[in-house]
Design a protein around this ligand. Structure first.
Ligand code: ATP
Ligand code: MG
Length: 268
């Protein structure tokens, strides 16, 4: 069975692509065939983040041209070893999805041999007709009022469509100028599922054009993202209920085995 996870937000720039790419990296690291789909056709981010520039087709081209085959658009990303369906080889500044075509394509993708499908989205881009394809949605917010209010509105939309969803608070610095977790939860109307700290290694990784989780598995960001992704491993691997505390991550030292694995590239 394939587990499909939507990474979403109402406000832009909160970290969706960063979270989506790195969850895909963790899931693949633990040996699960994973496909990362970029649905942000106006502003594709997955491929530029990972330094992938030479490809002919993406989601847009697949939807616009029936003669292009899915297998010709999927990229096997060597460094993370997960697969990517890019948004578009030729992005369009404004693109309206044809729900029927997109549903057909998702049906085809679901039949492929992936354990996980992670879908990165443009801000405020929920498509009602696709809600049945998602096993769960993560709503990403930063700890500021505009983003949290947006998250709360999006949560109401998901409730209306009976979609499982959880809140992730990203870029938490615990400074006195940002919203506190309790206040965010009050506005959102539910507890936060996880906290991801602000971490300079995220920018360093973008600079190196690799997922932050592959760049440094011991960073505070990587620990938080691994906790989130591992919960999905449990969830998809068995019918066990999800046990997750959502605590701020503590610094973890890399074990000797981890260092060895990294040195010899044995990522499974
Ligand atoms: N935990 C973090 N620590 C530090 N920087 C972060 C963190 N998460 C995201 N960023 C940075 O925030 C910026 C925005 O992230 P990202 O592009 O993932 O957001 P997005 O929600 O996908 O944006 P868009 O709405 O435009 O698609 C990036 O420069 C990224 O490096
Ligand atoms: Mg993005």
């Amino acid at each position: 069975m394939t587990f499909t996870l939507l990474i979403s937000s109402q406000k832009g720039g909160v970290g969706k692509t960063t979270v989506a790419t790195n969850i895909a990296a963790v899931l693949r690291y633990y040996g699960n065939p994973t496909l990362l789909i970029d649905t942000d056709i106006a502003n594709p981010s997955v491929t530029p983040f990972l330094g992938i520039s030479s490809f002919n087709y993406g989601l847009k081209e697949l939807l616009d041209n029936d003669s292009i085959e899915l297998k010709d658009a999927i990229i096997s990303y060597q460094q993370g070893r997960f697969d990517i369906l890019p948004a578009a080889a030729n992005p369009e500044h404004y693109y309206v999805f044809n729900d029927e075509k997109l549903s057909k394509l998702y049906n085809k993708i679901k039949k492929l041999d992936y354990k996980f499908i992670i879908i990165d989205t443009a801000p405020a881009s929920f498509i009602e007709a696709l809600s049945k394809y998602y096993d769960e949605a993560l709503i990403v917010t930063t700890p500021d009022p505009a983003s949290v209010l947006g998250a709360s509105r999006l949560s109401k939309v998901y409730q209306k469509h009976h979609m499982n969803h959880r809140l992730i608070i990203n870029r938490v610095e615990e400074s006195k100028f940002e919203m506190k977790r309790e206040d965010i939860e009050k506005v959102y109307g539910d507890v936060a599922y996880a906290i991801i700290p602000e971490d300079p290694s995220v920018k360093e990784a973008i600079n190196k054009m690799i997922p932050a989780y592959i760049y440094n598995r011991g960073s505070p960001f990587s620990i938080a993202i691994e906790n989130i992704a591992r919960a999905y491993l449990l969830k998809a691997g068995s019918s066990e209920s999800l046990v997750f505390e959502g605590k701020a991550p503590e610094k973890r030292k890399q074990s000797f085995i981890d260092k060895l694995k990294e040195a010899f590239g044995k990522k499974q």
